[in-house]
Design a binder for this molecule. Structure first.
Ligand code: FRU
Length: 493
């Protein structure tokens, strides 16, 4: 039975989604069908297709009572919208169906696990948010909320834990057929912790352990956890709120955190041996991963930062896009990420140059566009006399550009969208320490109309940013202070 609230959302998006022309959206990044999108949810492989749900407020391009938008794809790049899957229509999720995940049950049904948000009324007119974990079961289009929702509530929390910050379940099925999930939570110290739950059947859940405690190290509340085994290690991804900066590794505000370590499956305790940011650019948050049928661990994040949402006017018809799907691996003890190999299929119109000497500003025939995949390899033209600075500018015309600049002495790569056309004073630059030997650096830069994603040194680091520059700004130029020797390969996408 679909509720009135769900029917209205489905009717609304059907009409209003059609008013957005294809050229007004990214080509191969999933964007909101209409209105607002945040976190990826329920990223799963189900009946021959990838399913992606997302935090969704169809009626305005601002955050509002959360629904789950829905889209499917066969290659992770071309997405087709399906009707809204969940609407806030039960007493336990009246104030929103927050983030969660999905798996296929052995009987072929699709199981969604999400956070139901409601308000509890206290004395003297005060109220407090209550977050619980809920289920919905469906066939890939229509989902029925489970009659015994919520399946995890305040009674399933360790002593002192917050009932208001208890969200974002990520569930998976183990090889032995049992189920696990991890959720974000805030313990008594006010920072973050990840809770670990187990289930025999996916419907009856019990608390197992505090998987890991933040202890005020990385921001405060930890949102949107994901835990998986990769290349012989356990990896925990989470998105902390209220971060303090640490060198060039972490920056102020909402961040992304990757912990690599060991999981004791008997005690349910994770111990990290390495920490790093997931993305070093401006816009990336709340990533979720999937294991593809051919065994790849693929991650998609919300290509946005809560602190810079103002870059796009709320008058626009859509807000929010996902990052490129990225294949993950662990190399040299670090998380590496590269665009999914399916993107290679989209490459056409190759233009290549080798050994170009850049000493001032250079433009190259055929190197331009706003839907491109461009690989640069740079090195000093004269080993005895290394360059001071290299920059590549793109989405450029007389008025606008976005730039990546690299100073080999400091080993710092900077992304700067100050001149991308934004009229807001929020974050427009970010710096990252990168690895360079003798001023050599490899960059893969992917543009898709309204974004740039940069993969440094074959995936050692990634930097993402949205740019809403006029599409006519499509030039690319290179600049060096000193002399750089450069190879460029560029494809249209
Ligand atoms: C992260 C988040 C989640 C929450 C959702 C609400 O971006 O705050 O923790 O479930 O967004 O839309």
């Amino acid at each position: 039975m679909t509720s009135q609230t769900l029917r209205e959302a489905r009717k609304y998006e059907e009409v209003s989604g059609k008013m957005i022309r294809e050229e007004e959206r990214p080509e191969f990044h999933l964007s909101s069908r209409t209105g607002w999108m945040n976190d990826p949810n329920g990223f799963s492989w189900y009946q021959g297709q990838y399913h992606m749900f997302y935090q969704y407020h169809p009626y305005t391009s601002k955050w509002g009572p959360m629904h789950w938008g829905h889209a499917v794809s066969r290659d992770l790049l071309h997405w087709e919208y399906l009707p809204t899957a969940l609407a806030p229509d039960e007493y336990y999720d009246m104030d929103g169906c927050f983030s969660g995940s999905a798996i296929e049950l052995p009987d072929g049904r699709h199981l969604l696990m999400y956070t139901g948000v409601s308000r509890e009324h206290l004395k003297h007119g005060f109220s407090r948010e209550v977050q619980t974990q809920c289920l919905a079961v469906g066939d890939g289009i229509d989902y029925e909320k489970y009659e015994h929702n919520p399946v995890l509530d305040g009674d399933d929390l360790p002593t002192g834990s917050s009932r208001s910050d208890f969200r974002d379940p990520k569930l998976w099925r183990k090889e032995d057929g049992t189920y696990c999930c991890v959720t974000g939570n805030r313990p008594a110290d006010g920072s973050g912790q990840i809770l670990y739950y187990t289930s025999e059947d996916g419907f009856h859940w019990k608390f197992k352990s505090v998987l890991v405690s933040n202890d005020d190290r990385f921001g405060k509340m930890w949102e949107c956890p994901d835990l998986f085994f990769l290349d012989g290690k356990w990896v925990l991804l989470t998105s902390p709120q209220d971060m303090l900066p640490k060198g060039f590794e972490y920056h102020n505000g909402n961040g992304t955190l990757c912990l690599i370590g060991e999981l004791n499956e008997d005690t349910g305790v994770f111990r990290e041996t390495h920490d790093q940011s997931v993305d070093y650019g401006i816009d990336f948050y709340a990533p979720q991963t999937i294991l593809t049928p051919d065994g790849r661990r693929v991650m998609i994040g919300w290509m946005q930062n809560w602190d810079s949402c103002g870059i796009r006017s709320p008058e626009e018809k859509w807000f929010g896009q996902m990052s490129l799907p990225r294949e993950l691996s662990i190399r040299n003890g670090r998380l590496y990420q590269v665009p999914v190999r399916e993107l290679d299929e989209m490459r056409h119109n190759k233009t290549a140059y080798t050994n170009v000497t850049v000493t001032d500003t250079v433009c190259l025939d055929g190197i331009k566009g706003r839907k491109i995949d461009m690989e640069l390899t740079i090195r000093p033209a004269d080993a005895e006399n290394p360059y001071q600075k290299f920059a590549v500018r793109f989405a450029q015309n007389e008025r606008y550009h976005t730039a990546l600049s690299f100073r080999p002495r400091e080993s710092v790569l900077k992304i700067d969208r100050k001149f991308s056309g934004s009229r807001r004073g929020s974050i427009h630059q970010r710096r990252s320490l990168v690895n360079t030997v003798n001023g050599e650096l490899k960059l893969r830069i992917i543009l898709d109309r309204f974004s740039v994603e940069v993969f440094v040194n074959d995936g050692e680091q990634a930097l993402s940013a949205t740019i809403y520059t006029d599409q006519e700004a499509e030039n690319v130029s290179f600049f060096a202070d000193g002399a750089v020797n450069m190879d460029v390969v560029k494809y249209d996408l």
